[in-house]
Ligand binder design. Structure first.
Ligand SMILES: Nc1ncnc2c1ncn2[C@@H]1O[C@H](COP(=O)(O)OP(=O)(O)O)[C@@H](O)[C@H]1O
Ligand SMILES: [Mg+2]
Length: 499
């Protein structure tokens, strides 16, 4: 038997049931001793003994100092109404002696229906107590607890802080979701930092996400990426954007009856280089308002050693990632993890794919995966099988209307007012160009203009287009093959794509 609870409310309820049944010994593992005391205190009145200062308290009232555990036990057993004694972090200098003493007191605890709760930063009770103690893990603060903490922090905040007005119920909930998994003091510090640095809701949430990743990130294969793109920065790809917007509510609040089956798990984006696959990964995190973590497959392989296969490194990274849920995981160019025989670790890389696929299939955590692939023919058939990704999208080169939009976005991005340009003509001239190539074209035109200390003109853009040979020309055959391959394996990300 052990206490495993989803949140502190459930923890308290289960603990209450054990104490009600007069269970003699519960071992609570936590790094938050004061929080544990506060929570236990919400369900019953108890004695607390703190060996470090030699103090004894009853229901938070000081009962003076005591000479040691022996005296506390004697008082506890002798007091007819005392039923629960909490011991904070037993003295590690003589843990064995202490454990044996508790074991010898066990029969009396049992017969008198009194309970001893040990609150400790030792994960497991000493071996001598293993068959006697019920182990329990105090869960980190859940959304409700974090909401109370945030309200507390906000009520002490200067009313002049614009965030006080900006943070509506929805934003507060999202903030607490992002911080799930942190300890109370870590969440408190993150809230304070985010309140003092940000001005907007988005900046507030981003600071929280960054703080959470800072606390948990250990592996070199994971990196935090600012999801600084929103839907307005992506031209075209209407179907994919619509798909994301529809999934957002399901990620957080799937309908009760359908439950977890409707929670989005992830997408695979494949297609021509430069069409905005990486951009879409950032947009997904932006729409879901979640931390974005990028998994670097090459770093994963680099960490393998004689002791650690890539498979082990992958599973360790995943473990770390699960601390960070809810989040969006971006696996860029996933085909690199599946190609076997390319380097010395050829056979190992196919083992990564096996554990990746199993994880994708079986995980229950709130991690939305966005995987991208350029060389899609290298992907094994299993990855496309149902149950791994919710959907597989194909990103084609933009059509006329999409190029118009992308030109406008890219001009604005470089601080150029697009109203002075004929969008139709630009889109026509940029036929066969990808989004990334349009970005290059605008950048080059801007540099030309700057070199001559004047504003960019439409002529600069045409010149830039003329000097460019897009991939759609140099790789005509490959792109045709990619499209053919994708035809019956993927949904077009744009409604205008025709195969
Ligand atoms: N659909 C698009 N809308 C706006 N910009 C785009 C689009 N596609 C590509 N770009 C521009 O090209 C850059 C590179 O695209 P990227 O997402 O890396 O392409 P991919 O990952 O498909 O190779 C982006 O950062 C963005 O500036
Ligand atoms: Mg990319």
């Amino acid at each position: 038997m052990r206490i495993l609870a989803q949140g502190s409310e459930e923890f308290i309820q289960k603990l209450g049931e054990l104490l009600g049944a007069g269970h003699p010994l519960v071992w609570v593992f936590t790094l938050e001793e004061q929080r544990a005391l506060r929570l236990i205190g919400s369900s019953c009145a108890f004695w607390t003994y703190e060996p470090l200062g030699g103090t004894l308290r009853y229901a938070h009232q000081d009962c003076g100092s005591v000479s040691g555990f022996e005296e506390v036990l004697e008082g506890f057993f002798g007091h007819p109404e005392a039923s629960v004694l909490v011991v904070l972090g037993p003295d590690r200098k003589d843990l064995l002696g202490w454990a044996l003493r508790v074991r010898s007191a066990y029969p009396e605890l049992l017969s008198k229906k009194k309970s001893l709760i040990v609150v400790s930063d030792l994960q497991h009770p000493p071996r001598e107590l293993e068959r006697f103690a019920v182990p329990a893990l105090l869960p980190s603060p859940g959304v409700q607890e974090l909401l109370r903490l945030l309200e507390d922090v906000l009520s002490g905040e200067n009313a002049a802080n614009p965030l006080v007005a900006v943070l509506d119920e929805d934003a507060k909930r999202q903030a607490c979701l992002v911080l799930k998994g942190l300890l109370e003091h870590e969440a408190l510090l993150a809230f304070r930092l985010a309140l003092s640095t940000g001005k907007t809701k988005a900046a507030f949430l981003q600071t929280l996400a960054r703080e959470k990743v800072r606390v948990f990130k250990r592996s070199g294969a994971l990196s935090y990426v600012e999801p600084d793109v929103d839907l307005s920065k992506v031209g075209g790809l209407d179907r994919f954007k619509g798909w994301l917007v529809k999934r957002r509510p399901l990620f957080f609040h799937p309908p009760e009856a359908a439950g977890e089956f409707l929670v989005p798990k992830g997408v695979l984006l494949m297609g021509v280089a430069g069409t905005g696959k990486s951009l879409c990964a950032k947009v997904a995190a932006g729409i879901f308002e979640l931390p974005l973590l990028r998994l670097e497959l090459s770093a994963l392989f680099a960490q393998q050693s004689d002791q650690d296969s890539p498979d082990t490194v992958f599973l360790r990274t995943i473990d770390e990632l699960e601390n960070l849920e809810p989040c969006v995981l971006w696996v860029d160019e996933i085909e690199k993890g599946f190609v076997s025989g390319i380097d010395a670790g050829g056979s190992s890389s196919s083992r990564i794919s096996a554990s990746f696929l199993t994880w994708m299939q079986e995980r229950r955590s709130r991690i939305f995966v966005v995987a991208t692939a350029n060389r899609i023919m290298m992907l094994p058939a299993e990855i496309l099988r149902r149950g791994r990704f919710d959907d597989v999208f194909f990103l084609d080169l933009p059509d006329f209307a999409e190029r118009k939009e992308i030109f406008r976005i890219q001009l604005e991005r470089f601080g150029i007012n697009p109203s002075g340009f004929d969008a139709e003509n630009l889109a026509e001239a940029g036929k066969g160009f990808s989004g990334a190539e349009i970005e290059q074209v605008v950048k080059q035109a801007l540099i030309e203009g700057l070199a001559e200390a004047r504003e960019v003109s439409e002529a600069d853009i045409y010149r830039s287009i003329g000097s460019f040979v897009p991939l759609s020309v140099t790789m005509f055959e490959q792109i045709k093959a990619i499209k053919k391959w994708a035809h019956d394996r993927a949904i077009p990300a744009s409604s205008s794509t025709c195969f």
